[in-house]
Every structure is written in structure tokens, then in C-alpha cells.
Ligand binder design. Sequence first.
Ligand code: GDP
Ligand code: MG
Length: 348
Amino acid sequence: MLRVALAGNPNAGKTSLFNVLTGARQHVGNYPGVTVEKRWGEVTSGSRRFSVVDLPGTYSLTSFSPEERVARDELLHGDHEVVVVVADSTALKRSLMLLAQIMQLGKRPVLCLNMADEAQQGGQEIDVPKLEAMLGFPVVETEAHRGRGRNEVIAAIERAARQDRPTPPSLGGPLDAAIAAVADALDCGSLAPAKRWLATRLLVDDRVIDELGIDNSKAITLAAHEREGLEASTGQDAALLVTDSYFAYVGMLLDHVVKSASRDDARKTSEAIDRILVHRWLGLPIFAGVMFTIFWLTFTLGEIPMGWIESGFAQLGGFVDGLWPAASESPLRSLIVQGIIAGVGGVV
Ligand code: GDP
Ligand code: MG
């Protein structure tokens, strides 16, 4: 049976797609030793059947929260033939950063452009055939929360399974050469398809390789040498160079396939505002200012409606009071006027 994994950023719609694919045929449990939820199930469509697992959301394969670690280990060591990368179409840059890393893992991906409805509402149009041609594997647009695109995803998974592993992303001449050299020196057994990703991690001195339990001292020495060369020739820290290169690759893809992105402008404005509001030094003073303004407005602007409420209740009290003869000692009158109306008025 074909084995499929769903990967993607948190909130991209993986679980929605998983539910659409599997229907009721799903199981929920935990990954061993961690409180990270595991969902897996079976997909049937006509005579076709395959298993699918919904991986925890992750932004990259390098961070170390339990969720991200689980996702990374599953992608690295799992035996999934196809990885469906679920992307939030309204935040493609971030989603495709993960895709670029998964491509380096030597997986057969399917790119699922989810939230197509929201992206279209925002005025974004994607040239899907062109993106597919550039990437070399299937790309489909979906609206997972409505179940739109289920059959297309299933067809794309089958198509991807029959294809060769796609070529890894091009990260620029010098970096590609360094990655290739380190990858050649790596001896990683069953992880051979992931060589380019492992080599990239070694170049930034991430010793993920230590966990693999293989002696790779030769590759580690070579990686240190290549890193020095890269840093000398680019004048940039190797880790920064790698991140920038992923970004440049993703940016190049988007330049070619995104036809209009008015949403992008809206995002830029909101990002510019965020940069000020959550700034390291300005953030707290701005927060204090906002709190003070709210406090001040409550007591100054609040005076006005407070006056209306007070005089309103005074009038109502006077009117009801007038329903009794002036000298009446009726307990009902004092209950309603002094108790209920004055009481409720005070609270309001
Ligand atoms: P996960 O964190 O990747 O598992 O994401 P979920 O499947 O939990 O989805 C996050 C939210 O996005 C949920 O509220 C979904 O209903 C919603 N959602 C999922 N797919 C789509 C879509 O294609 N369009 C829209 N508008 N919302 C979606
Ligand atoms: Mg989920």
C-alpha cells in the first residue's frame, strides 16, 4: 500500500485535508514518548487505497520543539513514498520555505495550494501549470475545509508516486557546489536520498548527523572546510547564506508564477505596522501608552454617557414615583423606586 505523509506549516489546513481524504477511516494516538498527537488513516478512492499520516505543523526542519522534531524525524526516517506539502496560499513564501527543504530530503512531493478561496479573494492568481513545470512534481489547488480538490489530490499523489525524485532546489552556484561536495563525502546508508539536506545542515554546523549513529568524520571535516570557503567568498555567515538562498529560490519561483498579489501589499502594510508595535524597545512603551489611553478614555469620554444614564434613571424614578400619591408610604413604591430602579441604575 502506498504510504503518504501530510506536512506543512501550522494552520495551513493539513488536518482539514487529512479529514477530507480519510473520512471516518482514521486513528488518533500519540507519538511514543512525547505528547504530540499522531493521526493516521486510510484513503480509498475507487480501487485505490493508501495510508496517510498527518504530521505535526512545522515551519522548518531545523527547530527543536517536540512537534517540529517529530515532523522532521518522520520525514527523515519515515518510509513515505509521497509527501503532500500543504501550503497556505495566502502565505506562500513561508510555506514554500518548508517545501524547499523537503525537496532536499529527496522526497516525492505533491504541492497542495490550500486556502485557494482566500488567496483568490485577495486577488492572488497562481499559474499552476507553470509552477508544476518549474518544480517537476504535481501541484494542486484546494479548499480543504470544503473538501474541494480531494480527487485532484488523490490523482496527484498517484502521479507523484510514479515519478522519479525531483531535482533539488538550486541555491546558487557556490552553495550548490559545497552541498554537492559534502553530500558526496557522506555515507548515510538508507538516508542516501536525504544527502543534500544532511550536507546543508553540516555546512551550517548543525550536527543532526550525530544522531544518525554513523561515523562521518570525513564529511564533517570537509563541511568545516567548505563552510570557511563559503564565508570567505561571500562575507556572510553560512547559516544566513543558506536561509537567504532558500528565500531567493522561493522568491524566484513566486516571481514567475504569481500573477497578481494585491494581498501581498496588504501584508506589507500590516508587517510594517507590526515591526513598530512589537519592536524590542518601542513595544512596551507603546503598550503602556495604549493602556493609559484606554483608561483615560473610559473616565473622560465615559463621563458623557454616564450622565445620560444617570439622568435617564432619575427621570424614570421620578415618573414612577409620581404614580403614587405624594404622601404614600407604600412599600411597593419604595421597592420599585429606591430598590429596583435606583439599584439597576447604579449598576448600569
Ligand atoms: P492544520 O494546523 O494545518 O492542521 O490546519 P487545520 O486543518 O486545522 O486548518 C486550520 C483552519 O483553516 C481551520 O479553521 C480550517 O477550517 C481552515 N481551513 C482549512 N482549509 C481551508 C481552505 O482551503 N480555505 C479556508 N478559507 N479555510 C481553510
Ligand atoms: Mg492539524
